[in-house]
Design a protein around this ligand. Structure first.
Ligand code: CTP
Length: 402
């Protein structure tokens, strides 16, 4: 193992500094990152320059600080924000003001910092820092929530004495805490692994205006994709029709029918981890009418045929070393049915959902599931938000390879 003081050797860190009084701490952040071996590129907002001189940060980082999006430095190009976004292994924004949180949560790109965030492919850790009343304001909180939903990592501020003399939440956390969180993003346990996640419903067309579908919203699959990306995996998310925004740092493939999903999944069948969380239609119309079916008959019979069971196909062609996880949505004899599916589809794990339980199933923000392993292990989880469910499922699966 490397000396702890060199734990960031060779890592490329973008440090975004915005106009909060805590910006003066950026000097110490740069100094310590450099001591840990990181290559640091600082980007400041105009506001940040009122609190700490650019010269201090460029001297400590030994790189020209970027502030103006149209200043290309020595290079004869104005695409510096793109180059930097692709260069970094991690992007730390500390401190982040209410203003920058608002811009980032709405995709603004009006300065070097916000434009580089949009162009970045690496994990982004944001450390909000401001006065207590600003931080707890509804708009700031909803911006923070939206950023989290989009896959940004947020380290909330500490409680304590603030520059205003008031006491509350708003202090930039201890640098040790910031570095711990940042390092865990860089050294996620799934670096170099490919994870495939399916999410949402499928739609099977009856005619040009009608479809067969179900109530799945995709929330559970998106939460899994987000958590896998946070751990450093390269994530492919195959999503049925859903309005959910893509988590940060994943590759998303949108599909409509179960046949489309089958094709997209088989293109990635060698992934190291596969989570088949989509609610794939079991039946599809034998025939899709070319024109709209009119209501001149008193009864209408639809002829349906079975779709291909994608998960069973994966179970047949799975390679050694791969982890295959299925989901079972049951109303009766849940445990027994889930265990049968686990065996018949050749899975390592199955996640049992009971849609009749309060706070579980389709369209809820929370879920209560039981994780079942192929060697008989049963792990019931408490009811909790779906993102937390995703984290606990993945923790358990990684801790108990079967
Ligand atoms: N699944 C799939 N392809 C299908 C149907 C389901 O890959 N055509 C996957 C789902 O993504 C899920 C698992 O199979 O991971 C279980 O799906 P579920 O609908 O609960 O069970 P089925 O096996 O379809 O059985 P039944 O509907 O009879 O309960």
């Amino acid at each position: 193992m490397r000396e702890p003081c060199h734990q960031l050797q060779g890592k490329r860190v973008l440090l975004g500094v915005t106009g909060s009084i805590a910006a003066y701490k950026a000097a110490e952040i740069v100094r310590q990152l450099r001591k840990m071996g990181a290559d640091v590129q600082v980007i400041m907002t105009e506001g940040a320059t009122k609190f700490i001189p650019e010269l201090t940060l460029s001297t400590l980082s030994q790189r020209k600080v970027m502030i103006d999006i149209f200043d290309s430095g020595d290079e004869q190009t104005w695409t510096k924000h793109i180059t930097l976004g692709h260069w970094a292994d991690v992007f730390l924004i500390a401190p982040a003001t209410a203003q920058s949180l608002a811009k980032l949560s709405h995709g603004f790109s009006d300065n070097m910092l916000t434009a580089t965030v949009l162009a970045s492919k690496c994990p982004i850790l944001i450390c909000p820092s401001m006065d207590h009343d600003m931080y707890v304001h509804g708009t700031v909180q909803s911006n923070v929530k939206r950023l989290e939903e989009l896959g940004y990592h947020i380290l909330p501020p500490d409680y304590g004495e603030l520059a205003s003399g008031l006491i509350g939440f708003g202090r930039l956390p201890e640098l040790e805490e910031i570095f711990k969180r940042m390092t865990s993003l860089l050294t996620g346990t799934l670096h170099g692994k490919h994870a495939l996640v399916t999410a949402g419903p499928t739609r099977e067309p009856i005619d040009p205006v009608r479809v067969l579908t179900n109530h799945s919203t995709g929330t559970m699959g998106f939460a899994l994709a987000q958590d896998l990306a946070r751990r450093g995996a390269e994530v492919t998310l195959i999503a049925g029709p859903t309005l959910l925004p893509s988590p940060n740092g994943i590759t998303r493939v949108d599909v409509t029918t179960s046949a489309d999903m089958l094709e997209a999944v088989l293109a990635h069948k060698t992934a190291d981890y596969i989570f088949m969380a989509a609610a794939v239609a079991d039946y599809t119309p034998v025939e899709t009418h070319a024109s709209k079916i009119t209501k001149h008959q008193s009864q209408l019979t639809l002829k349906l045929e079975r779709t291909t069971d994608i998960l069973s196909q994966l179970g047949k062609v799975r390679r050694s070393g791969q982890t295959l996880v299925g989901f079972a949505m049951e109303t009766d004899s849940g445990l027994e049915n889930a265990q049968k599916k686990l065996a018949s589809k050749n899975l390592d794990w199955i996640v049992l959902n009971n849609i009749q339980e309060n706070g579980a199933g389709f369209g809820t923000d929370t879920n209560r599931v039981t994780l079942i392993s192929k060697d008989g292990g049963l792990y019931p989880l408490e009811i909790m938000p779906k993102l937390e469910v995703a984290t606990q499922l993945i923790d358990r699966i990684l801790a108990n390879p079967v």
